[in-house]
Design a protein around this ligand. Sequence first.
Ligand code: ACO
Length: 332
Amino acid sequence: MAYAAFRSIGAYVPSKILSNEDLSKMVDTTDEWITKRTGIKERHIAAENEFTSDMGTKAAEIAIQRSGIDKSKIDMIICATISPDYFCMPSTATIISTKLGLGNVTAFDISAACTGFVYVLSIAKAFIESGMKKNVLIIGAEKLSSITDYTDRGTCILFGDGAGAALISATDNKTEAIIDVHTGADGTFADLLMTPNGGSGSMHDTLDQEAKSCFMQMKGNETFKVAVKTLTKDVVEILQDNNIDSSEIKHFVPHQANLRIIKAVGDALKLKEEQVVLTVEKYGNTSGASIPMAINDIYESGKLNAGELMLLDAFGGGLTWGSALVPFSPLK
Ligand code: ACO
């Protein structure tokens, strides 16, 4: 049987920074409020002519180069995004595959909001284990600034842009393999986080009058409560299912939505501070890109070594959630 190994990581962060101070000049908020309630100090914003596919391509180039696998061997590319270059078609994954010069590969996007990277990981794992694909490039890329309402202080303080990518490849060595991935969703909470307009469920004659309804809207406080409960439950389940104690986790990499959510989940799981990866302060919430950007951060700071076990945990619009037990397995 083929197993799926997490070989490499890469990320791209746009250069422009939007600080809390900047936001306090745009909406009625303060650095103190944002820091206290979210832990975010700044977020990065893509240039006007810089698209989700551009950021995804840059992250992917780094992940491919670090993997040591020739790009001609990549046979599938999946992009997790809620801010694609184009809402219907073509998919951002197909655009990235062309920008990378990959030629004929299976390419598609998935929409699972902030859980997107865990979802694409589960798809890559399944395709590899079934023998259908051998080298799958997975990407989380977001230009959330393109769907953020910068007059709504409840959401605009949270979101930023960026991309992360990883190469997942087939191995027959079980010790290298991704151990498990859990994914779930509950559409009864759909209205907590949504972009109400722009799709077939919206009234096209109201589009002009209600341009703002193409932006993200969120019931933040209700989302917060469901997030803490779901993220904790999900991690407890995946650890129990695989007989792994939380002390065996070297890096807990949660979706970076809010420092208070991450702390509440970390405390509930009795994780030590050094186990918990935090990037929310400098990137804000980058939805599907947040987990691979955080993994890239520990990789680039020399903290992620071969064989170390990562626990990924995400939660987002849909509502969706997911977790994964992933050893870092670069090719020697
Ligand atoms: N600055 C100052 N005051 C503010 C701001 C702001 N930026 N935003 C809201 N407030 C005010 C509110 O108006 C409210 O005032 P009131 O008491 O007079 O009515 C007060 O602050 C408290 O508002 P809450 O919404 O209850 O604040 P809360 O502590 O819940 O923090 C936040 C809001 C940061 C949005 C939090 O609820 C949160 O992080 N929610 C979860 C987000 C999340 O995880 N989303 C899922 C992933 S995102 C995705 O999938 C794309």
